[in-house]
Design a protein around this ligand. Sequence first.
Ligand SMILES: [Zn+2]
Length: 162
Amino acid sequence: MMKLRGVRELKHVDWATFVCQNENCRIGFQIEGINAIGSLKTKIKCPLCYSSNVKSLEKIIEEEKMKIRRVWKYPIPPFGDLDTEDCFTVKMPQFSQILTVQVQYGKPCIWALVNPASPLTDRRFRVAGTGHDLVHDFELMQYVGTFQLQDGKFIGHVFEVD
Ligand SMILES: [Zn+2]
């Protein structure tokens, strides 16, 4: 087996598929008897155009997965289930973009644009009714949206905190 130096070896396979990254070429080819690797920094060259700018298929698929975005829904807990700071924490994929707050079937929810392949991180939200005292550090508070329950008898305002 050929040893690749200075690269991260993800797993052993008997062959690996590569795709030439030269825009005018773009052929796929297989190399036998090496380790499939995440990022290719070796002397493997395209057999057609001899470009060394080639990428493993595994890496290409991984990169495509990282590009996917989906809208996910996060229910806002009822007031009684908020913690002592009137906050709740949800785990969202890293760098999720909060889109809106709306009521669906009588339950307030946050919708966010997420990258499902990203690792989960804690996002913390404060819910305040109109006229409620807000004691958070205001510079660290980001307004998310407002929702109405019971035909407007309760108005909730959602802020992201921390
Ligand atoms: Zn090529």
